[in-house]
Design a protein around this ligand. Structure first.
Ligand code: 2U9
Length: 408
């Protein structure tokens, strides 16, 4: 209320509903009397519940009952809310409108909070307006929300329309890798002969990869040029032999096992080399095992792997871990041994290395070489796969081109 309003305390006014009388100071305040300039009188006349009286002085007086002010305020909030909802085009904005009007600090909620300023006898009526307005706004909000959700759903359905007449997308089915096919074949053969398949770690101690296999510290294989070292003592295994050493250390004899797995050597990539490839090593330790057992076993393996007519031959060789050592060739399964382009006219194809386990290797793993003997062999898995499936470049095995892999 402006200071000038105090001039009206004793003014004789004609109040709608109340009839003409003199207002007390408190009543004047309650009625919201204020002095307004003559010039804006026509404008204020438009407002509901506004009355004008002449004071003993010249200004024109606007008197508004608090109840009427509240009604105007609630109506204004209602009109504004309905207009905002009508213009609203997203559910998010709709929610913002809800919060700004009906929320804890919303405009309508604020009106309720100011009820204390309303004369007690008017409170039920004002409360009813506010609640009716709240219900109406909530209903309109809910209708708008339902309408928008429906529109969003319909737009989504239109965008996601599925043409059921289109041919189905063909799922690309994988294929076993030639290495896997060859490995499973080797495993099938040896498991059939009573062998166990044992796997071990690709990161290994120098001892299990070299020392326990009688490979001396100054052996060229131990050169950093050939082996990937993690540190001075730990490396990426260059052969799966460590797996057999771990088995021997367990002290459970006899042993009849194959150890397939990935190995690593610091080689440049070419048609026959890769820094990572796969080996299958075999080990048999029992009483009275002789080179004859080695020959018979590997001859049987060759027949099953490359054909019933396959013959084998052994050429002397040297490995630090076996004594005597040999390399085994198989008769060319393309020409039967006559000599062809496949066997480079030799009639024989080198397949694997083998030998009788060196007595010192047995001793280092606490096996008495006087009581037990054994044989061991090692074969490159990629070499078997390349030969068996007549693939002339090792790199093809690592490209994972399904068109290539599907041929085997
Ligand atoms: C223990 C004792 C002896 C495993 C053997 C070979 C011969 C061999 C090569 C084949 C092709 C490696 O991948 S390759 O380059 N391996 O010629 N490996 S005997 O001898 C062992 C293994 C473990 C305890």
């Amino acid at each position: 209320m402006q200071a000038q309003g105090l001039f009206l305390i004793m003014a004789q006014v004609s109040v709608f509903r109340a009839g003409p009388r003199t207002l007390s100071a408190n009543e004047s305040l309650d009625l919201g009397i204020r002095v307004v300039p003559r010039i804006i009188r026509p404008l204020l006349c438009m407002q509901q519940g506004t009355f004008f009286v002449y004071s003993t002085r010249t200004p024109i007086i606007e008197m508004t009952r608090k109840e009427d002010t509240m009604k105007a305020k609630v109506d204004q909030i209602r009109e504004q809310a309905l207009a905002q909802i009508k213009d609203c085009d997203t559910i998010e904005k709709l929610n913002e409108i809800r919060v700004s009007i009906l929320g804890k600090k919303g405009e309508l909620t604020e009106v309720l909070k100011s009820m204390k300023d309303v004369a007690p006898e008017d409170r039920p009526k004002v409360g009813q307006w506010v609640n009716e307005t709240r219900t109406e706004i909530e209903t309109v909000l809910e209708e708008a929300k339902t309408r928008m959700e429906k529109a969003v759903r319909e737009a989504k359905m239109r965008a996601e329309v599925i043409d059921v007449t289109l041919p189905a997308k063909k799922a690309e089915i994988g294929h076993r890798h030639p290495n896997t096919i060859a490995l499973e074949e080797v495993e099938r053969i040896f498991v059939g002969m009573g062998y166990e398949v044992v796997e071990g770690p690709e990161v290994e101690k120098d001892y299990y990869n070299f020392e326990a296999l009688n490979i001396p510290a100054d052996h060229p294989a131990k050169d950093e040029q050939d082996t990937f070292y993690i540190n001075g003592d730990i490396l990426l295994r260059t052969q799966t032999s460590g797996v057999q050493v771990h088995e021997m250390e367990k002290g459970k004899l006899p042993i009849r096992m194959i150890a397939p797995g990935r190995v690593f050597r610091a080689d440049e990539v070419d048609a026959t080399h890769s820094p990572s490839f796969h080996q299958i090593e075999g080990l048999v330790i029992d009483k009275n095992i002789t080179f004859a057992d080695l020959k018979g076993t590997l001859a049987e393996f060759a027949k099953e792997m490359f054909g019933e007519d396959t013959r084998v031959k052994f050429r002397p060789h040297h490995f630090p871990f076996t004594e005597p050592s040999a390399e085994m060739d198989v008769s060319c399964f393309k020409c039967g041994g006559k000599g062809c382009r496949f066997c480079k006219g030799e009639g024989w194809i080198e397949i694997l290395g083998c030998g009788m386990v060196h007595p010192h290797v047995l001793e280092m793993s606490h096996i008495d070489p006087e009581e037990y003997t054994g044989f061991a062999f090692g074969v490159g898995l990629e070499r078997i796969a390349l030969l068996k499936y007549e693939i002339d470049d090792m790199r093809l095995l690592y490209e994972n081109d399904i068109r290539f892999l599907k041929q085997f």
